[in-house]
Every structure is written in C-alpha cells, then in structure tokens.
Write a protein that binds this ligand. Structure first.
Ligand code: PAF
Length: 282
C-alpha cells in the first residue's frame, strides 16, 4: 500500500491509472478507522481495480464550537486497517495541500441539506460537499462508498453528484453496530461510562418505532412523540431532533410511506455533550 500526502501527487497517480484503463474505488473517511469504515472498504474492494482510502479531518465541515481540534487522529492505526482491508493507496493530506491559502470556492446543496443536522450545523454540508468534490477531482474514482449511518450526508452527496453531473457511482453500505445496538462512530469514545451504557437505548427506541409502524401507527407526529417519551425517561439523553422524512429528498412526511421513509435522530448526551446520530429505513 502506498501512502500519499500531497494532493497533486494523488491526482497525477489517479490520472495515470485511469489512462491505463484501471478503475478506481474511493472510500472517503476522516480516519480513526473502526469496523464501520472497514465495511466500506470491503464493499468497495471488489468494485474496482484500485482502492483509494482517504483520511482527512476536514476543517470546513466543522462549526466554530465543534470538535475539530479534539477529533481523534490515529494515522498509524488507520494505515493498518487500510492495509488489512486491501487498500492500494492511503491518501492522508494536510489541510494546506487540500485548501490553498486563497481558497474561496464552496459547493452548497440547498434542499436536502436544510433540515435534520443542517439546522444545528448550518455550514456542515457545504464543507462535506466541497471536500468530497475535491477528493473526487483528486482520486478520479469510478465508484465511491459512503455509510448509511450518515443518511443525510448520503442524500446531499447523491444530489450533488446528480446536479453537477459528476461521473461517479455512489454506493451506500449499511450501518455497522456494536453487539448492544449502538451504531459505530468515532465520537462514541467521548461518552462517559454512564452514557455508553445508556446509548444503545437510541437504537432500541428506533426499533420500538418500527414495531409501532408494523402494528399500524403511521402518523409521523405520533411516532416522534413515542421516540421522545422512550428517551426522556433517562436523564443522559437530550433528543435534538427526530425527523421522519423521504429518504431521497429529506422532505418531512406526515405519514409513513413504506419503502422510502427514513427515521433519523440526533441525541445530545448530557454529561459529555457528545452528539450521536442514528437512523432506520422503513
Ligand atoms: O463521513 C465522513 O467521514 C466525512 O463527512 C467525509 C465524507 C469523509 C467528508 O469529510
């Protein structure tokens, strides 16, 4: 596996590979790789001749009071995960090689990005779209793999690819969970022991909603109320939002539409102030 830190070097390497007729799969990450990221690499590996994994904690997708500085950076361990899951190239740039000092061009998706996480993180998806487009231009992928855990990110990026006619196939891999149901996330390590013990209740509350839907509850307002009541019993949870939306457009739904409904939640943990997100497709 080759490790590349410079953006021009990655672009030249990728262009040369494409000129030789090789196909490229890209897995963009922010590092601190866990089994969720490994599953994205496993999904990507058989889809192309060359697998590129990027590890970059992207400053433009963090708000002013978010965790950019403390976001875990573990490049040596990340190298091992990439190697073990068949990556050919690990791209680990510095912010300086990604963003020139004069940088002033951003991509704004202005429909799917407005609700859910976009409400409390107003510049987040602008940063995500911008960096992913830069990564696409550098890595020249035929296919890119993202995780369903960030369901709104997937919707926003799919829209960007469609709107800007970007020639990349978007593949979405399922959420990977701990045995107790907690969705894997690099931010889980911020949780206090009490919060970690309680955190699987988020997934359990989502399952309760699935059961309520199966037994005939289809009014989304009622379902949101059930979710909030389930979590409010425990003082470690401060639900930020529960949104029941069209999975493609992220537009709110009044009634469940089986086949294309996403139930997405964000919960703030009261001790560490960690924000966890999770979702289920109905
Ligand atoms: O999902 C992530 O880890 C990031 O948002 C991404 C897509 C790598 C862009 O920085």
């Amino acid at each position: 596996m080759k490790v590349i830190h410079d953006s021009k070097e990655l672009q030249q390497t990728a262009l040369a590979l494409r000129a030789q007729g090789k196909t490229i799969a890209l897995v963009p990450t922010m590092g601190n790789l866990h089994a969720g990221h490994a599953s994205l690499m496993d999904e990507a590996r058989p889809r192309a001749d060359v697998l590129i994994v990027s590890v970059f904690v992207n400053p433009t997708q963090f708000g002013p009071n978010e965790d950019y500085e403390k976001y875990p950076r573990t490049l040596d361990a990340d190298c091992e995960v990439c190697r073990a899951h068949g990556a050919d190239i690990l791209f680990a740039p510095t912010p300086e090689t990604m963003y020139a000092p004069t940088f002033s061009t951003y991509i704004t998706e202005s429909a799917c990005s407005q609700g859910l996480c976009g409400r409390s993180r107003p510049t987040h998806f602008r940063g995500v779209c911008t960096v992913v487009d830069i990564l696409f231009n550098l890595a020249q992928p035929n296919v890119a793999v993202f995780g369903q855990k960030d369901a709104q990110q997937v919707a926003v990026l799919k829209r960007m690819v469609q709107d800007l006619h970007i020639p990349v196939e978007m593949v979405v891999a399922p959420i990977v969970r701990e045995e107790d149901g907690l969705a894997l996330s690099s931010r889980n390590q911020y949780l206090t022991p009490k919060e970690r013990a309680a955190a699987p209740k988020i997934q359990a509350a989502l399952q309760t909603l699935k059961n309520s839907i199966a037994t005939g509850t289809d009014a989304t307002e009622k379902l949101a109320e059930i979710f909030v009541n389930e979590l409010s019993a425990d003082a470690v949870f401060e639900p930020e939002y529960i949104e029941i939306v069209d999975n493609t457009t992220m537009a709110p739904l009044k009634k469940i539409e089986p086949g294309n409904t996403l139930i997405a939640v964000a919960v703030r943990m009261t001790e560490s102030r960690t924000r966890l997100i999770d979702n289920i497709l109905v």
